[in-house]
Design a binder for this molecule. Structure first.
Ligand code: ADP
Ligand code: MG
Length: 700
């Protein structure tokens, strides 16, 4: 049996096949349910009346009560229009009709009290309203729907066929009327009671046709809750599924390797956050369930060390482990760091990247296959089929947003029976609400503390007119022995133009700093050249590096203490933050200088001000989400979840999300498969979602 709401939209009276086709194509509205879940984007307050003397041309909408004192048809042919003088005791304005002139002239009455509603404009010092909604007192046929009138988004194509906001509203009223008593409650009674939620039918009614703002608020709350609740149930039950389906190797030992390293080779005290996160990971690894954990921590928060300790736990339990990085430079760097830290310990560590020679590579393959090699660091070269481990127990993926889902899946399959534990590390902080949704089925650890003694990077924003001062400052820093990055954005669609832009920048900087060596790095160089240029900078042979965002990940030069970002307004917030993370790695005070032109948008201004104000990656991520909306954030596009939330907003509804998540969790704890009859409707609602939506999460 199909639900009432599952009926095809063309069968709603007034719609029909032609309009149905348009609704489907333009708005994805295929069923009654799709329509009733198509929510207004705004409401116009019809409670307020203005006096004519108060009306100004820049108001969005006005509602005025008055009388028509005279009417006149002006012009001929298509230019013909009807103008009416409309008065109240405070003044006079004009009402204008270009269409239906004859009909209006016959039906409008002089000296009758009318209420008009519309958008005011001004012409020759007189306020007018073109095509107002108009109704005589006591005339109910044109009564506005509800006191707050709902407005719906439509498209140009729809408007051409008269499928306007008003038309949608008319369909909605028909549907609301027909669906009385036919909408089963989705949310279980227990939750409804506890949270005192408005019932579904009333909420749907209210959101399209509110009587007062109090009810409207409650309706919106309920519908937001429902949306987030269903998503959380889905995510959490997938997690539950995965955990019951996929066993994991229990790493019960914390033994020789871990302890030797911890007590003898660890070069510094761990921060409290590093300790806490390490404990979380240890605990996870000890269960017989596969770990799927996301480790978030700002640039420089010390994730590598945490990763290394997790790797050592794997070794302690007789397993091999690997660490995968998104670029060769980064892989090399991790390899250097790890072999450096483990020097003196008997751990055989290998590096596998695209540029490892074939002969070395086959030896590496051999050692991995027979278990002589314990630890492998590499790029995605290590997911190639030729790479076989004897006993892979843990996979750590650094900077996860650069890996696609499919690549991660391949790593998973390196073992035949039991998949390795997975730890994903990211330096792109994700707002909590987003993490709970996009990575909701992963466990999340957060390093929210930087190692001690680090001086926060000082960030400054300058306009063009201060350029010479900035150069002066750069010279001083170079004389003090420091090094400098100058970063140019990708500006055009054309790579050639971008390169030209960068090369101009390079020449310009070379001219300004004739006494110092300048190098240039960009994404289109061949890897060997890039490597060579980076190496020169690392060794201090060049003082200034002019680059595109290729340096965003990976370069670690602690002597570089100034980062100048050209046309900073063109970068996203999280990218600016990533770039800034390249400095502030040494003991000296570091600086990030944001250069911009005078002409920047308000949004850009806010972004740059945020950068100047705070170094906190999470705060920046929150702000980024607020400014751009969750759909644009890095990490969400690849996640596979379409971010088509209909009413909830991840940037604003964090508290509702928490509530939804805790209630979902509670239900799944007692009834993980939602088998109780109490959850019947809930179960159907969950199954209705697009089937492919969440499959990805199995392999995240
Ligand atoms: P990220 O989280 O960006 O990967 P890294 O692991 O590269 O950060 O660490 C950044 C720097 O901080 C490294 O030079 C590392 O040696 C140092 N570091 C990490 N943990 C500590 C600590 N507890 N105390 C002092 N320095 C630390
Ligand atoms: Mg790192």
């Amino acid at each position: 049996m199909t639900d009432f709401l599952d009926q095809d939209i063309q069968f709603l009276p007034g719609v029909g096949p032609v309009k149905a086709e348009l609704l489907k194509r333009e708005l994805n509205i295929e069923t009654f349910r799709d329509l009733v879940y198509y929510f207004p984007y705004k409401y116009v307050d019809r409670t307020r009346f203005y006096r004519i003397s108060e009306v100004q041309a820049n108001m969005a909408h006005i509602q005025v009560k008055g009388r028509i004192t005279s009417m006149e048809v002006v012009g001929v042919g298509p230019k013909q229009r009807l103008t009416a003088q409309f008065r109240d005791e405070t003044g006079v304005m004009e009402l204008i009709w270009f269409q239906g002139v004859k009909w209006q002239k016959e039906h409008l009455r002089l000296n009758t009290t009318y209420t008009i509603f519309g958008k005011p404009a001004e012409f020759n010092g007189v306020i007018n309203v073109v095509h107002p909604e108009i109704e005589a007192e006591g005339d109910i046929s044109l009564q506005p729907a509800g006191i707050f009138q709902a407005h719906y988004n439509t498209t140009e194509k729809m408007k051409k066929k008269y499928l306007t906001s008003k038309a949608i509203h008319r369909f909605m009223l028909t549907l609301l009327d027909k669906m009385k008593g036919k909408v089963p409650e989705t949310i279980p009674a227990g939750v409804m009671d506890r949270l005192k939620l408005m019932g579904l039918e009333k909420a749907l009614h209210t959101i399209h046709k509110p009587d007062n703002s109090h009810d409207l608020r409650n309706a919106r709350f309920r519908l937001k809750f429902e949306e987030l609740f269903l998503i959380q149930l889905k995510i959490l039950s997938l997690k539950h599924n995965r955990e019951s389906k996929f066993k994991g190797f229990p790493f019960t030992e914390v033994g020789y390797n871990f302890n030797t390293f911890y007590h003898h080779y660890l070069p510094f005290q761990l921060t409290d956050a590093q300790k806490r996160v390490t404990r979380e990971i240890r605990k996870d690894l000890g269960r017989s369930i596969q770990m799927n954990r996301l480790l978030q921590g700002d640039v420089g928060s010390g994730k590598t060390l945490v990763a290394l300790m997790a790797l050592l736990i794997a070794l302690d339990n007789g397993f091999q482990a690997c660490l995968m990085a998104p670029t060769e430079i980064l892989a090399q760097q991790h390899y250097d760091t790890i072999t450096g830290l483990l020097r003196g310990m008997n751990v055989d560590t290998g590096l596998l990247t695209g540029s490892v020679r074939a002969s070395d590579r086959s030896l590496l393959h051999e050692k991995l296959a027979d278990g002589r090699m314990h630890l492998l660091v590499g790029t995605h070269a290590l997911i190639e089929d030729a790479v076989n481990f004897k006993k892979l127990g843990l996979v750590i993926i650094d900077e996860q947003h650069r890996f696609g889902v499919a690549q991660r899946a391949k790593l998973w399959q390196k073992n035949d029976t039991i998949p390795p534990h997975v730890l994903v590390m990211t330096a792109t902080p994700i707002p909590r609400t987003l993490a709970m949704t996009v990575y909701g089925d992963l466990d999340v650890s957060v390093i929210d503390e930087l190692p001690p003694g680090r001086k926060p990077v000082q960030t400054l924003h300058f306009f063009e007119n201060k350029r010479q001062d900035v150069y002066q400052f750069m010279r001083r820093k170079i004389m003090e022995g420091r090094q400098i990055y100058v970063v140019y954005p990708l500006i055009s669609e054309s790579e050639n133009l971008d390169l030209k832009n960068l090369e101009e920048g390079y020449r310009h900087i070379s001219d300004e700093f004739p006494d110092y060596d300048v190098c240039m790095v960009h994404g289109r160089m061949n890897p060997a050249d890039k490597e060579r240029e980076m190496q020169k900078f690392k060794e201090g042979r060049t003082r200034i590096m002019v680059a595109t965002t290729v340096i965003e990940v990976g370069v670690d030069v602690s002597n570089a203490s100034v980062m100048v970002i050209e046309s900073a307004e063109r970068f996203g917030l999280s990218q600016l933050h990533q770039l800034r993370g390249r400095v502030g790695r040494g003991a000296d005070q570091s600086y990030c200088i944001l250069m911009s032109s005078f002409k920047i948008t308000n949004q850009s201004r806010k972004r740059l001000a945020t950068m100047v104000r705070t170094n906190d990656g999470f705060e920046i991520a929150e702000m980024d989400m607020r400014l751009r909306g969750p759909g644009d954030l890095e990490g969400t596009q690849q996640s596979g979840i379409g971010f088509d939330l209909k009413i909830a907003n991840l940037a604003k509804d964090a508290d509702i999300l928490e509530l939804a998540r805790s209630n979902a969790r509670e239900i799944l704890e007692t009834d993980p498969l939602l088998q109780s009859s109490e959850y019947r409707v809930l179960r159907t609602s969950l199954l209705r979602g697009k089937k492919t939506d969440f499959e990805w999460s199995v392999i995240s």
